[in-house]
Write a protein that binds this ligand. Structure first.
Ligand code: COA
Length: 260
């Protein structure tokens, strides 16, 4: 167990469980939360024993945004520094080799919606609420929201949500492609764990290469993207686990992947 102030971290059966734990402030992202998320996801990325991670929040919120009380005190240049720091944490989560599942238990507003979007897959509680309410505060989304939201839901819907600051229920978030599945609140974590274990049982290098190909490819033109896919495919094909996976299929037995 690592020693954190604002998050909880547990490692169990090859899964890293990260819980943002500032329920009195709706898990708002202050500097400490961002630092601790950076630390824990760097660890998750480097820990051989961890095959997948789950990110959730304590209480009524997943994360209700960047910490407004802290932001109110910042000078203009400090605002930019905060955004750059937050963007680095989102990129670290998005680019870690390990699959990261957001289990969105409640409010995912502003930086919380952006944090969920930096994860690979989003499962939402029926009680979750999503939105980018920054224009209510005289700012815009700055932890990647103006870029990841249109990539997930399209430019028109992203502009609608960001310019109107409208809040979406989980079923609406599902309809527009902002989340992948909606679950009753009491099933959310169990379902996230089940999905994490399913992914963790697959060939780890293949999972890593699939994540890389999708993440890098979406920002490239199609020819460059499929060329990148060929390299990622070759990376998986060169692994011992590819030989094991195919051999196991032919021998009609479960594969024993070694992450090699
Ligand atoms: N930053 C800092 N503190 C926050 C916060 C944030 N983003 N969101 C909530 N809090 C704090 C509140 O100030 C309040 O603190 P207090 O008890 O000291 O007064 C506490 O969390 C509980 O929030 P409260 O507003 O009383 O709860 P609620 O159930 O009535 O409403 C929300 C919940 C999430 C709808 C509401 O808190 C909210 O709109 N938060 C801001 C969302 C936002 O604009 N995010 C984008 C930030 S860029």
């Amino acid at each position: 167990m690592r020693d954190y102030k604002t998050i909880l971290f547990e490692e169990r059966d090859g899964i890293g469980f990260v819980t943002i734990n500032r329920p009195d402030a709706m898990n708002a992202l202050n500097g400490d939360v961002l630092d601790e998320l950076a630390d824990v996801f760097a660890y998750i990325g480097s820990a051989d024993a961890i095959r997948a991670a789950i990110l959730t929040g304590t209480g009524k919120a997943f994360v209700a945004g960047a910490d407004i009380a802290h932001m109110r005190t910042l000078a203009a240049a400090e605002g930019r520094d905060l955004i750059i720091k937050g963007q680095r944490v989102m990129a670290l989560i998005e680019n870690t080799d390990k699959p990261v599942i957001a289990a969105v238990n409640g409010y995912a507003l502003g930086g919380g919606c952006e944090l969920a979007m930096a994860c690979d897959i989003r499962l939402a509680s029926e009680k979750a609420l999503f939105g980018q309410p920054e224009v209510n505060l005289g700012i815009i989304p700055g932890f990647g929201g103006t870029q990841r939201l249109p990539r997930l839901v399209g430019k028109g819907m992203a502009k609608y949500l960001i310019m109107s600051a409208e809040t979406l229920r989980a079923d609406e978030a599902l309809r527009i492609g902002l989340v992948e599945k909606v679950l009753p609140p009491e099933q959310l974590l169990a379902e996230a764990e089940k999905l994490a274990k399913t992914i963790a049982s697959k060939a780890p290098i293949a999972v890593k290469m699939a994540k890389l190909a999708i993440n890098k490819g979406v920002s490239l033109d199609l020819d460059s993207a499929v060329a990148f896919e060929a390299e990622a495919f070759a990376g998986a094909f060169a692994s011992d686990d590819r030989v094991e996976g195919m051999q196991a299929f032919l021998e009609k037995r479960p594969a024993d992947f070694k992450n090699k």
